[in-house]
Structure formats: C-alpha cells, structure tokens
Ligand binder design. Structure first.
Ligand SMILES: [Zn+2]
Length: 135
C-alpha cells in the first residue's frame, strides 16, 4: 500500500473524534515515505492550527511512537516508516492533553509551564487545568 492509500484508508477507519466535543476539526497529516523515513509535510501547519509549537508537538509524538523525529522547514521527519493513522492518533492525543480545554472542550487555550507543570488556560470559559503528561 502506498502512503496516499494509507492516508485514504485512515480517513475511512478513523472515527470523527472531534465532532462530539467540539466543532474544531483537527487537521490530518499529509505525507509520504522517503526510504526508511516518514515525512509529514504539513506538521508546522497542524501545530499552528492548534496554536502550539511544532517542536513541542514533535517531542510528544516522537516519544509516544518511540521514533526519533526532527523538524525540517514545515515538515516533520521521522526515522521509521509510520502509518498516517498512527500519527493522526498521536496528534489527536496531543490535542486532548495539551490543547482542548478540559472543562468546556474548546481549542482556544493557552499553554503555560509553572514549576515544571503544564497548565491549559481556556480563553473561552476561563478554566485552568493542569496537564498530566510530562514532556
Ligand atoms: Zn474552557
């Protein structure tokens, strides 16, 4: 199966997780395989849609997938062959942990770090919640 086919298949299989909690639609990865590597061309674009730093999102995803990664221009390059669905799943997890408000589910939030702990402050409802993940 080539990468585009994997992407299409991922679209069919993945449930629309964002529909229930929020109208915000999480962008899906666009990418291709380059030898033993996976290149995601719209990494920076997705991070910006979430108003997060591309490097921070990469740090989380590469740890979750146990694969080294780096940012090259607007892309993320991972050191192994990864199905698009896996990466979409981890970005969705990242958004759940570091972007969406735990109180109202909206994505308009700010991420801050205080004494080693991340906090999400919601610009819609004003709630402030700590993040469980340590990255
Ligand atoms: Zn909120």
């Amino acid at each position: 199966m080539d990468y585009e086919a994997m992407l299409d298949r991922a679209k069919e299989i993945l449930p629309d997780e964002t529909a229930e909690s929020s109208r915000f639609e999480l962008p899906k990865v666009k990418g291709h395989l380059e030898g033993p590597r996976t290149v995601i061309n719209n990494w920076v674009q997705i991070a910006h849609a979430l108003a997060r730093k591309p490097e921070h999102m990469l740090k989380y995803v590469q740890k979750e997938l146990a694969t080294p990664g780096e940012i090259l221009k607007d892309s993320a390059v991972f050191g192994s062959k990864l199905p698009a669905a896996k990466i979409n799943e981890k970005i969705s997890q990242y958004a759940d942990e570091f972007v969406f408000c735990k109180t109202c589910g909206k994505p308009e939030t700010k991420l801050t770090k205080e004494a080693g702990v991340y906090f999400i402050t919601c610009q819609a409802c004003g709630a402030k919640n700590s993040v469980q993940s340590r990255i």
